[in-house]
Unconditional design. Structure first.
Length: 204
């Protein structure tokens, strides 16, 4: 193969590699993100990234970290060791970014006072508070919940609305979203919640 053929082959490989990016949901959140996020993982664990304005006139970084660690310790004392953990705290350019991990969706809900419910695959219809209809990603049609939730590989997640004065969250799920309600789709696996939260059905 000549140099030209080799170069073309390399370029094609690069294109294919780039095309593969984004075909899978992220395995973890990072503090490089700029908005509030909730990541539901395939094993049922959860991560959250909260981004807030930070002023050293109110308190310093050490005090903030101590406050978060105290809150985590207090929760774990009753819920069990490791139920919630502070993974990373970043303070930069007037923003505090807190990355937390949770053993279950219930731990996220109880710790944050914000509803998060996750069903197992094949059990999407069991989601409490499932809306009567959801929007189909495929054609935009309003679809009855019973039809949207049918299937052995479908699972469902609902996220409650953010608290007063808190920016809305982007929810990321571990499978391709097929139906949604109450938000704006931002990617194959993600949705920005609406004023009343959001519900998604996805395929694992």
């Amino acid at each position: 193969m000549g140099k030209k053929g080799l170069l073309i082959g390399c370029l094609l490989c690069c294109i294919l590699l780039l095309a593969g990016c984004g075909e899978n949901p992220p395995k973890n959140l990072t503090t490089s993100e700029k908005t509030n996020m909730v990541l539901v993982k395939e094993d049922g664990t959860v991560e959250s990234l909260t981004v807030e304005d930070f002023s050293k006139d109110d308190y310093d970084e050490d005090e903030l970290k101590q406050y978060i660690n105290d809150s985590v310790s207090k929760y774990n004392a009753s819920a069990g060791e490791g139920a919630v953990a502070l993974t990373e705290l970043s303070v930069k350019d007037g923003k505090a970014k807190m990355l937390l991990s949770y053993q279950t969706a219930k731990d996220f809900s109880d710790f944050n006072g914000m509803t998060l419910e996750v069903t197992a695959a094949g059990d999407a219809a069991s989601l409490s508070g499932m809306p009567d209809k959801l929007t189909s990603i495929k054609n935009g049609d309003a679809t009855a919940a019973a039809d949207a939730a049918a299937g052995k590989k479908t699972a469902a997640v609902s996220l409650g609305a953010a608290g007063d004065g808190e920016e809305a969250y982007t929810l990321i799920v571990p499978g391709k979203i097929t139906y949604y309600n109450g938000g704006t789709i931002t990617g194959t696996f993600s949705i920005a919640e609406g004023d009343s939260g959001c519900t998604v059905i996805y395929e694992q």
